[in-house]
Design a protein around this ligand. Sequence first.
Ligand code: ADP
Ligand code: MG
Length: 589
Amino acid sequence: MGQIRILTDELINKIAAGQVVERPASVVKELVENSLDAGATDISVEVEEGGCRLIRVQDNGCGMNGDDALLAFERHATSKVKELCDLDKIATLGFRGEALPSIASVSKVRIVTSDGNPSSGSEILIEGGKIQDVRAAGRGRGTTLEVRGLFYNTAVRRKFLKSRETELSHITGIMTETALAHPGVYFTLKHHDRTLIKSPGVSSILERSVQLLGKDARGNLMELEEGREGLRLFGLISIPGFTKPSGTGLSFFVNRRPVSDRTLRHAVYAAYETLLMKGRHPLVYLFLDVDPALVDVNVHPAKREVRFTDPKRIHDFTRDSVRKTAQGYGRAQEDERPSPWPASERVERVKEAVESYLRTAGEHRFHEERTTGRPAFTGRIQPEPGKPAPAVRALFDKERLVPLGQIADSFIITQDRDGLILIDQHAAHERILYEKFKQVYRLSKIPVQQLLIPVNLELSGKERILLAEHLKTLRRLGIEVEDFGRGTFSVKGVPMWVADMDIQEIVRSLLEEIVALEQGGELDRRMEDIIHVFSCRAAVKANRRLSREEMEALIRDLGETDSPHTCEHGRPTMIRIDLYEIEKRFQRK
Ligand code: ADP
Ligand code: MG
C-alpha cells in the first residue's frame, strides 16, 4: 500500500459522474430537471448520434447571472437546499448540486445563460471539468446547455454505451415520462433533423397522453384520480383486458419525480390481481403527490428511488385506488359512449340482426331454452357492508340482458342495445364463484350444505396422508371431511353452491393445490389461490347445456360481481359484436 492521498476535485467529480451519468439519457434527465426547477415552460432538447455526440437543452427558465453560472459547476453548488432541514422537504427535482460538475467532468460543455438582466448574459466553456473560457454573451432570459462528446475522456464508460438507437430510445423514454409528468410545459425532442416529440402545454395528463402515447395505448388507458388524507394519486391505467407481455410498462412518479418503487409496483399488481392473466402486465402511469416531509428522496445516486415514512399506507392507498378504477371500468362507460342509433330503432335492429345471425348459425349448434332439470345457480352476492352499491353498470347491464340461447353448449347468446354479446359460461361462472367464495371466506361464513349421503373418498396412500394433515384447511373452505381412521375418509358437507359437482374430483384437486402452494407464501395468500382453483373446478363446464333459468341466473349473478368482464385468470367472460359490425357483415352498411 502506498500513501493515503486526498482525491483531487477532478477525480471526485468523475467518480460522482459514474453514479449520476450512466448514459446520454441520464444527462438529458438531469438537464431537463434543472430546466423544470428553473421554472421553464418551454424546454427543447436536440440530440445527435443518440446523444453521444451532442445533447443541447434550451429553456426559458429563470437563468443565472455570470457568477452563479460559474458556481453551478462547482461540486455541491446548488440554489435549492440551504439548510439541513431543507433536506427533509425537498420540492425540487435536483438538490445535491452534483449533476452539472459531474456532467462537465466527462464531456465538453458550453453554457449560455442569462437571468434576463440586459448585462447579465454569459457563456462558459468547460472541457473535462476544466474551465476553458468565460465571456459575456447576449441571450434572453433562460439557459442553453450543450454537452458534446460524452465520455470522451473515460474510455470505460464509453464502452458501455449501447447502439445509437438504444441510447436514443432511452432518451425518448425519459422525455416521454417527464413530459407526462409536466403537462403544462412545452417539450420538444429532436434527433438530428427528425422531431420525435413536440408537445405544446396542455391542461391535463390525459391530453398529454394523447399527444405522446401510441394510438394503441390511448384507447386502452383510463384516467384515475383519487385522494385520501394528504395523498393524491392520479394518472392513467390500462383497462382490464389490455395487458403487456412484460412489466416494463409501469411508470411511477412521486411528487412528479420518476422513480422505480417496489411498494408502488406491488400495490398495482395487488390491485389488478385477478384481472391479469399469469405472465401478463398492466400499463400504468401513476403520479403520487405526497407531503415532501413524508418521503425521503435522498436515497439513490440518480434519485431514481425514494423511501416513504409509511410505506404500508402508501401501498394500501395505491392498491385500493387502482382497484377501484379498474373494477369500475365499463360501468360508467356506457353513458359516455354515444350510440349511433335512436333508442327505438336500436332494439328492432338488434333483434333483426341477431335473428338472421341465428338462422345462419344452424340448428345443431344452437339450443334454445331446453330445461335440463338441473338446479339454477344458487345465491346472490350481497354487497359487503359499508360498500356502496355500484352506480351504473354499462357494457354489461343485467336488467337488459336476456338470454337468447346457447351456442355449442358453451356460450350464452344475449344482446343489449348496441349489439350481440356472447358470454363464456365457464369463465362467467368462475368469476361469480370466485367472488362469492372470497367474500364468504373472508367473513368465515361459507354456507355448508350437509350431504344426505356422505361421499366416501377413494384416495391413494399419499393423498390420504395429505388429507389427514389438511382437514382444517378444507374445513375453512367449507368442506367437512370425517376421518374414520385407517385411511378412510368421507365428505359430509360441502359449500352450498358446489353440492351438485363431482366432490371426489374437487377434493382431489384441492389437495394437489394445497401441496403445490405450500412451498411458500402466507396462508391467506395461499387461500386466495385455493379459492381460484376451487371456483375453476366448481364452475359449470363448457359443453353443458343450460336451462333458461340457469342462463338468467348466470347473467344476473355475473352482473353482481365486482369485475364482470374478466374471469379471475384475466380472460374475458364476454365478447361483444357491435350491431354496426353485424350490419356491415350483412352488407347493410
Ligand atoms: P441541483 O439541481 O442538484 O441543484 P445541478 O448541478 O444540477 O444541481 O445544478 C446546480 C445549480 O445550477 C442549480 O441548483 C441551479 O441553481 C443552477 N442551474 C442549473 N441548471 C439551470 C437552468 N437550466 N436554469 C437555471 N439555473 C440552473
Ligand atoms: Mg440538477
